[in-house]
Structures are given as C-alpha cells and as structure tokens.
Design a protein around this ligand. Sequence first.
Ligand SMILES: NC(=O)c1ccc[n+]([C@@H]2O[C@H](COP(=O)([O-])OP(=O)(O)OC[C@H]3O[C@@H](n4cnc5c(N)ncnc54)[C@H](O)[C@@H]3O)[C@@H](O)[C@H]2O)c1
Length: 353
Amino acid sequence: MSVFAADHEEVVFCHDPTSGLRAIIAIYSTALGPALGGTRFFPYEREEDALADVLNLAKSMAYKNAMAGLDHGGGKAVIWGDPGTDKTEALLRAYGRFVQSLGGRYITACDVGTYVEDMDIVARECRWVTGRSPEHGGCGDSSILTAWGVFQGMRATAEHLWGIPTLRGRRVGIAGIGKVGRHLLEHLRDDGASVLVADVSEQALAQARAIHPGVEVAEDTDALVGSDLDVYAPCALGAALDDWTVPRLRAKAVCGGANNQLAHAGIEKVLQDRGILYAPDYVVNSGGVIQVADEIEGFVFERAKAKATKIFDTTRRIFALAADEGVPPAVAADRLAERRMAEVGRLRTILLR
Ligand SMILES: NC(=O)c1ccc[n+]([C@@H]2O[C@H](COP(=O)([O-])OP(=O)(O)OC[C@H]3O[C@@H](n4cnc5c(N)ncnc54)[C@H](O)[C@@H]3O)[C@@H](O)[C@H]2O)c1
C-alpha cells in the first residue's frame, strides 16, 4: 500500500542537533480524538525509509484505534537512530518537548526500540505520554494485552474455520518470540495447542525454552512457514505476508501480533484465493493500544482486559461482513474502520456552545 504525506493531517520533522535527535511525527487523523500511537526507535538507512514507515504506521493506527472502539485518531512517531547507542536522556527529553509542542494532538507510547522507562523520561518534558511504568502511574508493558487480544482473534478464527473457539489440538507457528510472541505462546499452551516457534535471536529462543522447555523450534522462519500448521502467527516485524511467503504457507489461517503484515495491496486477495483466512493485523493486535489508552483514564487492568477480550467479537464481525460482501477480511475491516471514522468523526460538525 502506498501512503503519501498528503493523506495525513500533519507531519512534523523534529531536529535537535546537540542531542542528535532526528524524529518524524505523523498524524494521520484526529477525526475520533487525539492521535495515539507509539514511538519507534530504529536505525533506518535513509530518511525516506523513516518517512515511509511513519506514514504507514500512523495510518494503521487510525484504523486500529477506530476498530478498537477508542476515542483516538491515529498517529505515530519514529526516531531515526540506533536505540542501542543513540538513546540518551537528552535525546528522549528533546523528543518529549517536540511532542509537547503539538499540544495534545498526538499522544505517544512505546513501540519497537522504546520501553516504559523511556516513556518515563519523555514524560518529564511532556504530558502527552502513555505506556509509562507502573511506578509512575503507568500501565506498564503493553505486550501483555496485545498478546491477549491476538489470542482472542485466533479463537474467533478457529471458530470460523472449525466451529469451536479454541486452539486445542491445533498447531500454531509463531514467528518472532519476543514480548508479544512469548505471551501468546503461554495462552496457546494453556488452551491446549501445540506451538512451533522461530526467531533470529538465540537469546529470544533461549527465553522461550526457559519458560516452556518442551517448545518446538523451527530452523528458521522460512522452515516455519513451510511447516504443517493450522495457524501462522507473525509476531516479528512488518511485511511478513509477501509474494514469497504466501504461496509457501501451509497454514489455514494467519493471525499474529506484527503490525503491517500485508507487504503490498492485493496480497490479501492472494491469501483469500489460496483459502487462507487472514485475521486483520490491526484488529487482533489492538490490545496494546487499548492498554495504553486506558492509562489516560487512570489504568485499571481488568477494565482494559475486558475491552481487549472484545477483539473476539470484532474479529467475528469482520469475518461475517467479509462473507456477506464477498471481500477479503482485510477489506471488510477497512470498511468498518472508515465507517466509524466518518460516522463518529462527523459529530464534531455539531457546534457546541
Ligand atoms: N508490544 C506491543 O504491545 C505491540 C502492540 C501491537 C503490535 N506490536 C507488533 O508486534 C510485533 C512484535 O512486537 P514485540 O513487542 O514482541 O517486539 P520484540 O522486539 O519484543 O519481539 C520481536 C521478535 O522478533 C524477532 N525477529 C525479528 N526479525 C525476525 C525474523 N525475520 N524472523 C523471526 N524473528 C524475528 C526478534 O528477534 C524479537 O525476538 C512488532 O511488529 C510490533 O510492532 C507490538
């Protein structure tokens, strides 16, 4: 999918040469409320790559927040640099001041390369931050409810395919056994599924083995994709479903936590033509944003979990609409998200005194 800056409400380039901060904040839409989305800290090769990523991610956040039923529009930020070497207090605080300068049009949180302790530092300069540590009144690690939501989406997928909302007796392949993948593995094991995992990091695999000594490990992601699976769960980076992977997939369904899984427009149709049921990524992985959005009200875990559990119903609704309208589930999800943004966003035209 090509996304152009012209589609977005606002794109801000932030530069603080002394701390080394180079960041881009993209606000796709505030139709439903302040734009909410995390900050990715990543060593992009070129500025164009950082820009393309943030534009895509901000748009996905608008659709994700709409489908999660939140009163938030979509935005995202990227910090261009290596989080291992470039992340300093001064850089994070400089970034916080740029977020603050937007006056609440954008609320930030964690993403790849940023952690709750980073948000605590950003919050020293900025009130528009969520996903802070529990010590600072925050909701902590959002991967807990992200994985819970993916599991709910997978239960709905199982119900649609096999008539019963459980993964018991099924074989699920998780590519990327990081924060989300590990929690998902636990839910699947508790539900009685057998799980095959793959990761490029030996450390991540060792952690998975430590938690679940019996877990089966594939040689690599390609081997996992070609394995005899019921469900494939991409839980690493984006574009997991591309022209190389989809023809090789042997799973009957795809449902995972990674953002922006569809490598390009049209790949959702290839999945459908191959008879593979795709649970739209931004729907099933919205548990994390539900968790951080709850922090804005004063975090109550059970309330946020109850909301994330509804991902089961939302996924069901998307599969039903897709069947009714004869479109892939990704298209059905987009239609529902756009409908909510238009119907609820329109209410702002009613003038208040
Ligand atoms: N953490 C959240 O709350 C959250 C919320 C929504 C979406 N997501 C998305 O879920 C995905 C995972 O997030 P996370 O928080 O678990 O990140 P993470 O960094 O903790 O884990 C990602 C894992 O993927 C592995 N990996 C990277 N490239 C790989 C490859 N080619 N093959 C196999 N493994 C690979 C990494 O080694 C790492 O272990 C990301 O796409 C993220 O944007 C996360």
